[in-house]
Design a protein around this ligand. Structure first.
Ligand code: PLP
Length: 378
């Protein structure tokens, strides 16, 4: 669904970044003039800004969100906490990167159906999937809603499972109950969390970027080393590592936007609340409203097998939409051999979901108009 000439584009990254333009130019100049283009102060400052935001002791900027997840899993393998073939429970209705990280690390993803109303993994779905080989769970805070509650925490503790959060869509979100180490911030609820600063995320870089946040000092050290060829000091390699560093130029871009994260998330919430109070079409289910959501996406469900018709109707009426995600990972050709049980909720959702524009290029008036257009769908 192209959003080029639409009256209400789904997302226009230039206009999203326009409000930060002066800070971005200043930050870029700072890096250009510094002569330091790998690592250094800019990346260290980014790490401490992010750790402070998440109320966690460590943050490590890395190349992107997928690498952040993979480095956490590889790091726990180096620390002997995960072993080849261990099972990791993951929601089936996630972006494929969650699952790729698990299989890249030689672990076995166990996809589970989400709760249909939150569209997130719940304690119930997780509990049903625990086996003697389960070593970790990967809650994904899908669409910006935190997948965390005290039952989930208790289950993880009881079964001694590592909790690796995919917080790519949930920067700045706060859980409604404490994480394992007390922080309620998404990404700092479990043992380690992965962020993505892909340009479309709530806080996006101007290219690829990601980060690992953790309460585990040993893991932070291993991730740091793994991301830098496995070297703990110059020309001394303790692991067969990777090159997954965060560029200082991207660290600077994110730092220019990060102080605005709460306001940016609040602006998303205002648009979401306009949608929720205005949409009243009998074929449409609006997403549940919980205080732990930062509305990375505003995802409606269109019943009666009319989702594609609705998307085309909206496009004809100047509204850009998207689908996150039309094909779940277990139905992708690359995972045709992935073992899994029946996933009826995931497959139903994939056929019903439709994301409406919710970024800074959509005003609350735009959202009201989009909602009225939806209500007129025949
Ligand atoms: C964006 C995203 C990722 C991957 O992040 P990249 O920076 O694009 O590699 C992983 N998981 C989820 C849920 C995402 O939305």
């Amino acid at each position: 669904m192209l959003s080029g000439q639409l009256r209400f584009p789904f997302l226009d990254l230039y206009s999203v970044n326009a409000r930060y333009i002066d800070s971005l130019h200043m930050a870029a100049s700072r890096v250009i003039d510094s002569g330091r283009y790998i690592g250094g102060e800019e990346v260290e400052a980014f790490n401490s800004d992010l750790a402070a935001l998440c109320r966690a002791p460590h943050a490590v900027g890395v190349s992107n969100g997928l690498d952040a997840l993979r480095l956490i899993l590889e790091g726990y393998k180096q620390l002997g906490r995960l072993h080849e073939g261990d099972e990791v429970i993951v929601p089936a209705n996630t972006y494929i990167a969650s699952v790729l990280a698990i299989t890249h690390a030689g672990l076995v993803p166990v996809p589970v159906d989400p709760d249909i109303s939150t569209m997130n993994m719940s304690a119930a779905t997780m509990k049903a999937a625990i086996s003697s080989r389960t070593a970790a769970i990967m809650p994904v805070h899908l669409y910006g809603r935190v997948a965390w509650n005290s039952e989930l925490a208790e289950l993880a503790n009881e079964h001694r499972l590592l909790v690796v959060e995919d917080a790519a869509q949930a920067i700045g979100a706060q859980a409604m109950s404490d994480g394992l180490y007390g922080s309620r911030m998404a990404g700092a609820l479990g043992h380690a969390g992965a962020f993505s600063f892909y340009p479309t995320k709530n806080i996006g870089a101007l290219g690829d970027a990601g980060a690992v946040v953790t309460h585990d000092t040993e893991l932070a050290e291993v991730v740091n080393a793994l991301a830098n060829y496995g070297s703990d000091r110059r020309y001394h390699n303790i692991y067969t590592g990777f090159n997954c560093r965060l560029d200082p130029i991207q660290a600077a871009m994110i730092r220019a936007k990060l102080p605005d994260v709460t306001d940016a998330n609040n602006r998303r919430a205002e648009r979401a609340s306009v949608y929720t109070s205005t949409i009243s079409h009998p074929s449409v289910i609006t997403p549940c409203v919980t205080p732990d959501c930062v509305w990375h996406q505003y995802v409606i469900r269109v019943k009666d097998k009319r989702r594609d018709e609705m998307a085309e109707y909206l496009h004809r009426n100047g509204v850009g939409t998207d689908i996150h995600y039309a094909t779940p990972p277990h139905m992708q050709p690359c995972y045709s051999n992935l073992g899994h049980g029946p996933l009826p909720v995931t497959e139903l959702l994939a056929s019903q979901i439709l994301s409406l524009p919710v970024s800074d290029c959509t005003s609350t008036d735009d959202a009201a108009e989009i909602a009225r257009i939806i209500n007129r769908f025949k």
